[in-house]
Design a protein around this ligand. Structure first.
Ligand SMILES: Cc1cc2nc3c(=O)[nH]c(=O)nc-3n(C[C@H](O)[C@H](O)[C@H](O)COP(=O)(O)OP(=O)(O)OC[C@H]3O[C@@H](n4cnc5c(N)ncnc54)[C@H](O)[C@@H]3O)c2cc1C
Length: 529
């Protein structure tokens, strides 16, 4: 390691570890990694590494759909305008433009790979979601992500040049003279090395470091943490989107109720049974997510109850059980029937805007290292993500990273470096961290509480203890990313989009268009493009 450090507990001679060699290694098999893999030149030898099963990925869990300007009354310009408005002055305009313009082609690409979206007569059936001025969400009932994940994985299994490495955990990146040359994996309780000329990180976000989250608990931002330790620039970590309508199951799991429900006409009511969203925003239930989450948090505070309610009773059972088949059956398993009952809902950590800073081709600050999907900070979401833009971002920038690699000579393999560890171990148990983040870094934040939590995490670092399981590595990453999140949230002394500080409740022009950047061994800084 030259730029940063490695989280291993001791320095490692990589020459002693089992090795494999590829042209490109992709870490993460969600929509971003799969789109990249399928778009790379089939002459390249590719490793597709992933730690968990498909249902653990956020892609598989996505319900609502993919946004793209495919409607008769729509245009990429309109899509761009909506994305910029919801992003509240923090989007990177060129990235938004690329995503909106390439949206219709991304949908056609998915269709070419066997993804059949719902249609009405001869046209794609479109839903309107919060913040969109047009109906533009292409979907497959309420199981869009699963449908896409299965189609792309099926296609991948037919490509002879791609080797899938299941159950393999990215520990750290291999660096030689500031250039990425592969990665270290943890597989079946052992370390191994994958050498490659290009590395793509597509490991998803970090919402799983919160306790109340719509993500799987393994979504701990490992790729972002590894890139940070290797010296990449990490941006916008304070922006975490809380989905307004998450349901808690009888077993205590948190389950998302897609925004498409509100898009189709379901309404929110408080403990007194009154609709309240128009008291907070002129768009009512279809206000941007940050506004709806804050309104719900305020109603919950006033009533002293744990939730507000989603009311979808105006629809008949037949419609609900067909259009929202996944949600309907999950709620029914929990003795809640949408045509009959009010559904208790409250916000939960859902999507992380921050990540590895990239350019429009997925390139990071480290040569030969790319990032795409929720792991990356392309700047398309600004301070608040427009609903259903993330699956689109994953496809568009996954394909762009692949096209960039296809257009360059992959070059020769770099020599194998030894690994220098940073010897840090975070002692805070992940359960405790999750609860702390829920209460301190949630929908409403306070500077004093965030400073106290940051101090607590930093004081719980010791040195040179061994990690023996994936959970240990994930806990380390969770602590490291919690620190970046809190540092960013403290530095941003304003409220903008998903980041709301009760001690700084207004926007500050100083932060307009600025990103907070973290780099290993340096103070976090404000970056102006
Ligand atoms: C419940 C839910 C509903 C959603 N609904 C929508 C929607 O309707 N529309 C929309 O646009 N967005 C939606 N989103 C957001 C969207 O699904 C995600 O942003 C997107 O799927 C992320 O894709 P990705 O490829 O970046 O990561 P993921 O799909 O999360 O995939 C990450 C991959 O990385 C692997 N990985 C992670 N860490 C490691 C490691 N250390 N080593 C090896 N492999 C690793 C995982 O195993 C996985 O294969 C939703 C999210 C959730 C949670």
């Amino acid at each position: 390691m030259v730029n940063g450090c490695c989280m291993l507990a001791h320095d490692v001679s990589t020459a002693d570890l089992p090795q494999t060699v590829f042209d490109v290694v992709i870490i993460g098999a969600g929509i971003a990694g799969l789109s990249a893999a399928l778009s790379l030149d089939p002459k390249l030898r590719i490793a597709m590494v992933h730690k968990g099963s498909a249902p653990e990925s956020s892609t598989y869990r996505a319900q609502g759909g993919v946004s793209a300007a495919v409607g008769q009354d729509d245009s990429p310009e309109q899509h761009m305008k909506d994305t910029l408005r919801v992003g509240q002055g923090s989007c990177r305009r060129d990235a938004v433009e690329v995503m909106a313009r390439e949206g219709p082609d991304a949908i056609a690409y998915l269709q070419s790979l066997g993804v059949d979206f719902n249609r009405s007569r001869d046209e794609l059936s479109l839903t309107k979601e919060a913040g969109h001025s047009r109906k533009r969400v292409v979907h497959y009932y309420d199981a869009t992500g699963r449908h896409i994940s299965e189609a792309l994985t099926r296609e991948l299994s037919q490509r002879r040049n791609i080797e899938a490495m299941h159950g393999s955990f990215l520990v750290d990146l291999l660096m030689q003279d500031g250039t990425c040359c592969g990665c270290i994996l943890w597989q079946n309780g052992r370390l191994s090395v994958v050498r490659a000329q290009r590395v793509i990180i597509s490991t998803g976000g970090y919402s799983g470091i919160f306790g109340r989250t719509t993500n799987h608990t393994s979504v701990t931002g490992d790729g972002i943490a590894a890139a940070y330790r290797a010296g990449a620039a990490i941006a916008d970590m304070e922006f975490v989107q809380f989905h307004p309508t998450a349901f808690t199951t009888l077993s205590g799991e948190v389950f998302l109720l897609t925004e498409a429900l509100r898009g189709e006409g379901a309404v929110l009511v408080n403990a007194a049974g009154e609709r309240f969203m128009f008291n907070y925003h002129p768009d009512g239930e279809l206000a941007p997510r940050d506004e709806v989450s804050r309104a719900i948090a305020s109603e919950i505070k006033q009533s002293g109850q744990k939730s507000v309610y989603l009311d979808a009773r105006r629809f008949g059972k037949d419609y609900l059980a067909d259009r929202f088949r996944q949600v309907y059956s999950r709620l029914a398993e929990n003795e809640c029937f949408m045509e009959r009952d009010l559904i208790p809902v409250a916000p939960a950590a859902h999507y992380t805007i921050g990540g590895i800073f990239t350019d429009l081709r997925g390139k990071t600050a480290i040569p030969n290292l790319y990032a795409c999907g929720e792991t990356a900070a392309t700047g398309v979401h600004g301070a608040n993500r427009l609903a259903s833009n993330s699956l689109l971002e994953g496809i568009v920038f996954g394909r762009r990273a692949a096209q960039d690699i296809n257009g360059t000579e992959v070059g020769k393999l770099l020599s194998l470096p030894s690994i220098k560890c940073c010897g840090l171990q975070y002692m805070t148990g992940s359960r405790e961290l999750e609860k702390d983040l829920d209460s301190v870094a949630g929908v409403v934040r306070h500077g004093a509480e965030m400073s106290a939590l940051l101090k607590k995490i930093r004081e719980n670092v010791s040195t040179r203890a061994a990690y023996e399981s994936i959970i240990d590595y994930q806990d380390h990453n969770a602590c490291q990313l919690a620190i970046l999140l809190l540092e960013g949230a403290l530095l941003r002394t304003e409220s903008r989009g998903t980041h709301f500080r009760a001690d700084y409740p207004h926007k500050d022009e100083l932060f307009l268009g600025k990103h907070i950047i973290h780099r290993w061994g340096r103070e976090a800084t404000l970056y102006d493009e």
